[in-house]
Design a protein around this ligand. Sequence first.
Ligand code: ARG
Ligand code: ZN
Ligand code: CA
Length: 254
Amino acid sequence: RRGVTDIPVVVHVVHNTPEQDVSDAQITSQIDVLNQDFRMKNPDVALVPAVWQSIAADSRIEFHLATRDPLGRPTNGITRTPTPLRDFDTDDAVKFSLGGGQDAWPADSYLNIWVCQLRSGLLGYAQFPGGAAATDGVVITHSGFGTTGTAAAPFNGGRTATHEIGHWLNLRHIWGDDGEGCTGDDFVADTPNQGGPNTGAPGFPKTSCGNAPNGDMFMNYMDYTDDAAMFMFTAGQVARMDAILDNARAPLTG
Ligand code: ARG
Ligand code: ZN
Ligand code: CA
C-alpha cells in the first residue's frame, strides 16, 4: 500500500428514542476525529512522552461518509432505522433488520459503523478481519460516539471508534489480552510488554511486567484509558494495519 487510503464509511443509526437518533453533526464530529487520529493530526499527540515521540505514527488512512449507496444512488452515508429494542448486546442483532437493527452494506466496499444504545456500559465492539461480511464493522454506543450531541465524558473524544476501528484493522489490545499477566502479546514489537488494561488517566511512567523505566504505553489507542488520555498508534501498529490493508481488507483500498 502506498500513499493515503481513503475508506468509505456508512453510519447506521439504530434508535429507540429521539436522543439515540444522533444528529448529522455528531456523526461528522466522529469522522473528523478519525481523520485526525489515523493521520496523527490530533493536537494531543504532542502529549506523547518524549521517549516514544519517534515511534508515534501516521497510519495514512482517512475516512469519508459514503456518497453512493450499494445500488450506486447518491447518499449522505447515513442510514436511520427505528427499533423496538431498548438496547443492544454484542450478539450482532443491531446488524440485521430481522434482529431489530439494520443490515450491513457490502463489507468489501464500506466500513459499516452501527450507532445504537449498547447495554450495561459497553462502549463499543468490533469484528476482526476474516469474519462474515454480514457482521463486519464496528458498533459504538451513541454516548461514546463523536464529540457533540449525546457524547458524554469521559468518552466524548471520539476515541471509542478509533479503538474499535483499530481492531477492525487487526490491532490487538496493547496488554495482550492475558488478564493481568505478562505473557500476552499484541504482536507488535514497539509497544512495551504490559500487564493488564489501564483505565482513567494514569501518570507517566506507570510500570508493569518489569517494563521500567518507561512503563506501559497507556496513551495508546489500544489501551482502555479515557478518551483524553489516549492519543497514539505506533509504527509497529501501522505496519500491522498496512499488512491487513494489503490482504484481507485490500478490496476497500479501491
Ligand atoms: N471495547 C471497549 C469497551 O467497550 C472500548 C474502549 C474504548 N476506550 C475509550 N477510551 N473510548 O470497553
Ligand atoms: Zn478493544
Ligand atoms: Ca499482559
